[in-house]
Design a protein around this ligand. Structure first.
Ligand code: ADP
Length: 351
């Protein structure tokens, strides 16, 4: 029998029952021997009750110890995991930096050895490589400050339709250059049951950071869509945010009255089902060798995911390889005509 188990408690209970029955029998007789016997039974009963209490305490302590042991095991596994991630990060960063640095080193060595002359073409190539290095370092810095909740975000009350219509203007030139049609759905669709007009919908966002997310999604859509293709931007207000094959939900669950979802859909090469779950991970690049050649360092979506997360929102992607991809992010939305001050309070601040 294990100490402190239920079966042990059952035995104690049974013994107590027998003792009480014995006490009743003795109480009916009352000879001197029987009185002595009754006292003995009472002492034994006290002893038994104390033993039961001790057994319960030891049982509780045993369970606490087991829980603590499990907590320690979990903490150890987390630490090992973190160490593995740290090593992987250092290896990824070294790999990403090595390529452009080696190339710059090669050009400069060739100048010094008089193999080539430092003309405009070579200098501009070196300049481009240095820009890549600089961009990589600032992306990494931004990602780490976002992850550590140290990037100050400035949430501002923003009108949904005003913000939405301002989006495509900045990307029309790039779309024209790539001969891709950029379309913006003229109206923001509203889920029927909401019974509100999109004109009154407001968001509390850091417009500069949100712009960064939109830029990343549109840059990617334009980058991975061949000439003659289409990139479409649409907006929707709904009670719940949409689902996706690859989806990242906010760490802190909030329950806003509505969600505003911005979708960027393209008719590009799409993303393989095996790659799709990983594209929001740092340094992950999917696709063919040609598409990898146009990819950046694979940090854009990881940064976008963090920014959306800091807004209490979610980001996701679906794709049909060969036909196109659909990226969307959703952020909490409020009806500006109703209780805007309540909405104010539900906005994540000081993240
Ligand atoms: P990158 O700077 O490499 O574009 P991202 O983090 O923005 O980094 O994207 C990660 C990877 O996801 C890309 O390298 C690409 O393989 C894939 N990807 C992202 N957007 C698209 C898209 N619209 N169509 C096809 N592939 C995409």
């Amino acid at each position: 029998m294990e100490f402190g188990t239920t079966s042990e408690q059952d035995v104690f209970t049974e013994e107590l029952r027998i003792l009480r029955a014995a006490k009743t029998d003795v109480a009916n007789g009352k000879t001197p021997e029987q009185r002595q016997y009754e006292q003995l039974v009472q002492h034994y009963e006290k002893l038994l009750k104390t033993t039961m209490k001790l057994s319960r305490i030891s049982d509780i302590q045993g369970r606490t110890l087991k829980e603590q042991e499990q907590d320690l095991k979990n903490a150890h596994a987390d630490l090992q995991n973190l160490e593995q991630l740290r090593r992987q990060l250092i290896s990824d960063i070294s790999h990403e930096l090595r390529t452009p640095i080696t190339s710059v080193q090669g050009y400069i060595k060739a100048f010094l050895d008089n193999v080539i002359q430092p003309d405009d073409m070579y200098l501009s190539m070196i300049y481009q490589k240095l820009l890549t290095i600089n961009q990589l370092i600032s992306d990494l810095f931004q990602l780490s400050t976002l992850k550590a909740n140290q990037l100050p975000l400035h949430f501002k009350r923003t009108s949904v339709p005003q913000w939405f219509v301002s989006i495509p203007g900045k990307y029309e030139l790039e779309a024209d250059r790539q001969q891709v049609t950029l379309l913006l759905d003229p109206v923001i669709s509203v889920e029927h049951s909401l019974g509100m007009k999109p004109e009154t919908a407001i968001l509390f966002i850091d417009t500069v950071r949100m712009e960064q997310v939109v830029t990343n999604l549109l840059d990617n859509a334009l980058k991975f869509t061949p000439r003659g293709g289409t990139v479409r931007i649409s907006g929707r207000l709904s009670k719940s945010p949409p689902d996706a094959h690859s989806l990242f939900k906010p760490e802190k669950t909030i329950d806003p009255p509505f969600w505003f979802t911005l979708t960027v859909e393209d008719t590009g090469e799409g993303i393989n089902g095996n790659d799709l779950p990983y594209i929001f991970e740092r340094f992950y690049r999917a696709g063919s060798a040609e598409s990898r050649a146009v990819s950046g360092a694979g940090l854009g979506l990881a940064i976008s995911k963090e920014i959306v997360n800091q807004h209490g929102g979610q980001i996701g992607a679906d794709s049909e390889p060969g036909r196109g991809s659909r990226f969307h992010f959703s952020v909490p939305a409020y009806d500006g005509t109703e209780a805007p001050s309540d909405a104010d309070r539900t906005v994540p601040v000081n993240l």
